[in-house]
Design a protein around this ligand. Structure first.
Ligand SMILES: NC(=O)c1ccc[n+]([C@@H]2O[C@H](COP(=O)([O-])OP(=O)(O)OC[C@H]3O[C@@H](n4cnc5c(N)ncnc54)[C@H](OP(=O)(O)O)[C@@H]3O)[C@@H](O)[C@H]2O)c1
Length: 230
C-alpha cells in the first residue's frame, strides 16, 4: 500500500491532485483547514483509493505542522505534495508583519519542516512534489510577499533535490501560471478566469511527472495559457 500526503487538499489544485492520484493501492492523507471542504474532497476520492484520511491542521504555525506530522505517523510516505499556499496581494508598503509571517509559515516553513521530517524515511523511488508558481521566477507588482515565498521555496527545493538524488528520491517542481481557483477570490481586481488554466491541468502535469520510471526525474514543469500570462 502506498501512502501519499497532499497539503491544501480541501480545494483548488490540491483537491484536483488528490482526485487524480486516487488509486486502489493508495492511502491518501489529505490536509486542509476547512473541515467541510476537506470532507468534500474525501468524499470525491474515497471510492477510488484504498483509504482516505482527513487531517485538519493550520500550517501557518510550526505547532500545526508538528501536529500534522504526529497524526501522519511513522510509516513512510511514498509521496509528499507541498501544495498548501496563500497569496497576500497588496503594495509592499502595506504588508503587515502578521501577513508576512503567515506567508512564510504556510508557503515556505511548512514545506521545509515536512520535507525535513518525511524525506529521511522515504523509500527509494518516492517523490516530493512542490507546487511553486511562475512567481517563483519573476516578480510582479503587489505580489512581493508571495514572490518572496515562492523564490525561497525554489532555492530550498533545488538544494534538497540535489541532497536526495543519491537516496533515489525525486523532487519535482511545478510552476503553474494563473489557475482558476479560490485563491483569486481574495485578490483585488478583475482577473479573467477564462484565461486561466484549470486545477485539473496542473494535476495532470503532476501525474505525468510521477508516472515516469523511478530513475527518470522530471525536474520542472512550467504550465501556462498559450495566450500568455495575465
Ligand atoms: N491558483 C493559481 O493561480 C496558482 C498559480 C500558481 C501556483 N499556485 C499555488 O498552488 C497552490 C494551491 O493554490 P490554489 O490555487 O489551489 O489555492 P486555493 O484554492 O486557495 O487552495 C489553497 C489550499 O491551501 C490551504 N491552506 C491555505 N492556508 C492554509 C493554512 N494556514 N494552513 C493549512 N492549509 C492552508 C487551503 O486550505 P483551507 O481552504 O482548508 O484553509 C487550501 O486547501 C498554492 O501553493 C499556490 O501558491 C496557485
Amino acid at each position: 500500500m502506498k501512502r501519499y500526503l497532499i497539503t491544501g487538499a480541501s480545494r483548488g489544485i490540491g483537491r484536483a491532485i488528490a482526485e487524480k492520484l486516487a488509486k486502489p493501492d493508495v492511502t491518501l492523507l489529505l490536509q486542509g483547514r476547512d473541515t467541510v471542504a476537506l470532507a468534500e474532497t474525501c468524499k470525491s476520492v474515497t471510492s477510488h483509493c484504498a483509504r482516505v484520511i482527513s487531517l485538519i491542521h493550520d500550517l501557518a504555525v510550526p505547532k500545526g505542522v508538528s501536529d500534522l506530522i504526529a497524526e501522519v505517523g511513522g510509516n513512510p510516505l511514498d509521496l509528499l505534495v507541498n501544495n498548501a499556499g496563500i497569496a497576500i496581494v497588496k503594495p509592499f508598503g502595506e504588508i503587515t508583519m502578521v501577513e508576512w509571517e503567515q506567508t512564510l509559515g504556510v508557503n515556505i516553513t511548512a514545506p521545509f519542516l515536512l520535507m525535513q521530517h518525511f524525506a529521511p524515511k522515504m523509500p527509494p523511488g518516492a517523490s516530493i512534489v512542490n507546487i511553486l508558481s511562475i512567481a517563483a521566477k519573476t516578480g510582479f507588482a503587489n505580489w512581493g510577499s508571495y514572490c518572496m515565498s515562492k523564490f525561497a521555496l525554489e532555492g530550498l527545493s533545488q538544494s534538497i533535490r540535489e541532497e536526495l538524488r543519491d537516496h533515489k528520491i525525486r523532487v519535482i517542481n511545478i510552476y503553474p501560471s494563473a489557475t482558476d481557483t479560490n485563491i483569486w477570490s481574495n485578490v483585488a481586481g478583475n482577473w479573467p478566469r477564462d484565461k486561466m488554466i484549470t486545477a485539473t491541468q496542473v494535476a495532470d502535469a503532476v501525474a505525468f511527472a510521477l508516472a515516469q520510471p523511478p530513475d527518470v526525474l522530471v525536474e520542472n514543469i512550467t504550465l501556462g495559457n498559450l495566450g500568455g500570462d495575465l
